[in-house]
Structure formats: C-alpha cells, structure tokens
Design a binder for this molecule. Structure first.
Ligand code: ADQ
Length: 467
C-alpha cells in the first residue's frame, strides 16, 4: 500500500458530504479525497434529496477511486440532517443543550437513513474491505452493519467534540451510545479530552467494561477509543498562500489586520469575538494605527432556526461596534457573509497580523492550522486561540490562549498580539509550524488507518472460543 498500511481490500469511506465535481482543497472532504487517492476504494455520500428511494448506489465519479451516492428523500433529509444530526447531535456535542430540538420522528429518520446506508455498504463490501465512517451523521451505521453480519474492520472518526455525560443525558438515546460505539473496531476522536468524555459515557453503560490495555469490551465485542487530531495539507497550503493573489484592502500600510474565517455557526463564538474586539477598541491607545478586523463567515444550515438567530446577533453586534467606533475613513469591523475563494483566503491569512480562532466548542478547527501554515516564517503573525478549540491540545503551548467568555482578558490578548515583538512572534510561530507540518493530513490518515487495520479481531476469536 502506498500509505504504508497493510490492507489487502479496498477502503470504503462513508460521509454525508461528497463532492459532485472537483474536490475543493481543504477541510474534511479534502482529507477523505487524499486518503482515497492514495489507497483506492469507494467513497459513498448522500445524494441530493429526492422523492423516491431504493437501496442502490449511483456512481458519480471514478479514477483513483470510485465515488457514489446513496438516495435520500426530502422528508428524510429534514429528519436525518436538519433534525437529528443538526438540531440534536450538533448542539448537544457542542455543549448547547439549550438549543436541542427533540422530535422522535427525526430520530426515526436518522435511524432509517443509517440502516439504508448499512444495507448498501453490506451489499458492496468484500470481506477484506476496510470501512471508514465519518462523523455524527452516521453513528448507527456500524451497528446496523453488524446486525447484517458484516464482520469487516469498521472505523468511525468523529470530527466534532464528544459530549460529556451530563450533556449526553439530554438525548433520549443516551443508553444506546455504548452499543453504537462498540460496533466499530476503532473510534477516533480529535483530542484526549474527547476520549475522556467518551470513557465517562462508556463507564455509565452497564454492559461496557474497560480492559487492562485500555480497550473496551461490550457484549463480546472489543473496540478502542483513541484520539487522532486531524491535520491539514500544510505544505500545499503554505505554497498556495505564498503565491496567492494580493487583495487591496485599502488599509494604511502600518494598520494591523485581524482575521477570522469560520462557517457562521453558534459554536464558533463570533459574537464573543466581536465583543472582545469592541472592548479592545474602547481601550486601545489612540495613537496606535487603526486596526481592521475582517471576519469572513458564510452562512450555513440556514434551514435550522438557531442559525438564523446567530446571524441576527452577529449583525447587530457588528453594527453597534462600528456605529460606536467608525470614522469617515475607517470601518473597524468588516464582516463578509458570502463565500470567498480558497486561494484568496490563503492570501488573507498570510497578510493578517493576527488570527482570531476563538470557538466556544470545536472538534479541532482547521483554520488555526491553515493560518500557521500560511505565515511567512521571517515575519509571522500571531494566532489567538480559544481553550475550547480541539487545536488547543496541540497548539496551546505556543499560541496566545484565550477564554472567549472573558471579554476583558480577550481584549488584552488582542492588544498583546498587535504589539508582540518580532522575536517572540518568530519563536511562537516556529513551534506551531513544526507541529502543523509534522502532524499533517497524511499523518492523520495513516495513523488512523494503520491502527484500524491492525485492530485485533477479538470478536471472531471470542466467537471461536465459545463452547
Ligand atoms: P468545520 O466546523 O467546518 O469542521 P473547520 O475545522 O474550521 O470547521 O474547517 C473549516 C474549513 O472550511 C477550513 O478548511 C476553512 O479554511 C474552510 N472555510 C471556513 N470558512 C470559509 C470561507 N468563508 N470560505 C472558504 N473556506 C472556508 C468540522 C469540525 C471541526 C474540525 C473539522 C475537521 O467542526 O472542529 O476541525 O470538521 O475535522
């Protein structure tokens, strides 16, 4: 195998999103594309919601690997994607139980879609194929596959945080989580904090037991829960940033640029970030060059009401901060809601003096890593990072860490970042860059897949050993 993992079968990846045409660089979709390009195999994702469904894949691409979609109805999309995935699991896994919207019909749709995906995978998988399920949309697929008698190696990677036990208890299906996890051979999480949370949930499951080697056993099935912090294609991103088009931001030469790049999501802490910047503006030395904070945040999941609320909150905050501080020739906050091309973003990262990556909860946050990769090592900018980003576990030693809820301290961190001497910037950046380049996307894929392919087949042994 080109990636050094001992696999004789194909790699089958299941994810909700699947690119219909060219694969956009960056993010999860790109990571999957990278993994499959090197190993070959099959990528299965959701088709555009329609009216009728059959247990059948539609091929949408071939080459180094095949791409195919499974069908889903509009009604299922509402229940599975907008409902259970994004109005139950997403808020709950991001500590926002206040935003839960429970409806048993949504869970029924979630279970039905997961069962269909499992039937389709079962029909196509050969015994040696390795199945890799991505994210919270498909937590039940492995369990359904096991019910169908599929004994292939199955891995799950959860891109978002794992909920702590008290948050998990807000979901009616909390008692099923152990069974969902145990159907995999390997469950990958972003951080060791997530692994601890998962272990707490498993400890509350009377059927699950931890083994001496740290693996778990549940109803005769052995599985492991480990952290595999996702990375980026750092080399490629650094190159893109270095030759990115220069955008004329119409700013004074010495004016600092602060940058935020996020999907518009309540987990990203955008209102808290705007508030902290507002407080910084109130307290900054009047003789300092006037800073610009550019926030790029395209809307996402607009059909979910919590997302409409955050958009209104954000626009109100930006408006009032600008109203209080703007001058005829200066708008402190520039807020862009539409999509910006990736190479333009890479150029902005390189140009930015400070990046604000300050989520209230985040599985990892790739923007933190992209920003570091994009910097000029000779004159790097400063990463302000929230303790609540998964990235904090790897980058917390060298980034400027903030608690986004503590507005005053956050504002002080902005001031410190803007005035940080070159020697300190270089030292912090060298440390961050080393990690981002070492633990990149290839490292992530290989660590997960080699661990999965070596997972002990204890279930089979267990069966054979039975009298
Ligand atoms: P996301 O919540 O989508 O991902 P993130 O890790 O920041 O969050 O990845 C977003 C990606 O989209 C980055 O590559 C970024 O450059 C890009 N992006 C963001 N805003 C953009 C914009 N306006 N225009 C163009 N591109 C933009 C989920 C989890 C994260 C986890 C990832 C990967 O929520 O915690 O890091 O999966 O596992």
């Amino acid at each position: 195998m080109a990636d050094g993992t001992a696999r004789s079968g194909r790699l089958i990846v299941v994810s909700n999103r699947i690119p219909k045409g060219d694969v956009p660089a960056g993010g999860l979709v790109f990571a999957i594309h990278e993994a499959l390009s090197r190993s070959g195999g099959l990528w299965i994702g959701a088709a555009k919601p329609g009216t009728t469904v059959e247990d059948k894949l539609t091929q949408i691409g071939s080459g180094a690997y095949d791409r195919a979609t499974f069908p889903i109805t509009k009604k299922e999309h509402r229940g599975h994607y907008l409902g259970y995935s994004n109005s139950v699991l997403w808020p709950l896994f991001h500590h926002r139980t206040d935003l839960l919207s429970l409806d048993s019909r949504d869970f029924d749709a979630y279970a039905a879609v997961n069962a269909r995906v499992a039937r389709i995978v079962a029909a196509t998988a050969e015994p040696e194929d390795v199945i890799w399920i991505q994210d919270y949309h498909f937590l039940m697929v492995a369990q359904e596959l096991r019910k169908l008698g599929v004994e292939n190696r199955i891995g799950l990677f959860l891109h978002i945080p794992f909920p702590n036990l008290s948050d998990a208890m807000a979901m009616p299906q909390v008692g099923q989580i152990g069974g969902w996890l145990a159907a995999h051979d390997l469950v990958g999480l972003q951080t060791s904090r997530d692994v601890t949370a998962a272990q707490d949930v498993l400890r509350s499951d009377p059927k699950a037991q931890i083994l001496n080697n740290g693996s778990w056993i549940r109803e005769g099935r052995v599985f492991s829960v480990r952290s595999f912090p996702i990375g980026i294609d750092a080399e490629n991103f650094a190159e893109t940033a270095a030759r990115a088009p220069v955008v004329d931001l119409q700013m004074a030469e010495d004016a600092p640029l602060l940058l935020g790049v996020d999907r518009l999501d309540y987990s990203k802490g955008l209102v808290h970030r705007f508030d902290a910047f507002g407080m910084y503006l109130q307290t900054r030395a009047p003789r300092d060059p006037r800073p610009t904070f550019l926030q790029i945040a395209p809307v996402s999941r607009e059909d979910v009401s919590a997302y409409q609320d955050i958009r209104e909150d954000l626009e109100r905050t930006a408006g009032s901060t600008n109203g209080a501080h703007a001058e005829l020739d200066w708008t402190p906050i520039r807020y862009i809601r539409h999509h910006v091309d990736r190479d333009v973003i890479a150029g902005l990262y390189r140009r930015a003096d400070v990046a604000l990556v300050t989520p209230l909860a985040d599985g990892m946050n790739l923007v933190a890593k992209e920003y570091v990769a994009a910097q000029d090592p000779e004159d790097p900018g400063v990463l302000i990072l929230s303790h609540f980003a998964g990235a904090a576990e790897q980058m917390g030693g060298a980034a400027l860490m903030v608690n986004p809820f503590d507005t005053r301290a956050f504002a002080q961190a902005i001031d410190r970042a803007i005035h940080m001497p070159l020697a300190e910037r270089r030292e912090r950046h060298a440390d961050l860059r080393d990690g981002v380049f070492r633990q990149d996307i290839r490292w992530w894929t290989e660590s997960f897949l080699s661990r999965l392919t070596q997972a002990p087949r204890t279930f089979e042994r267990g069966l054979r050993e039975r009298p």
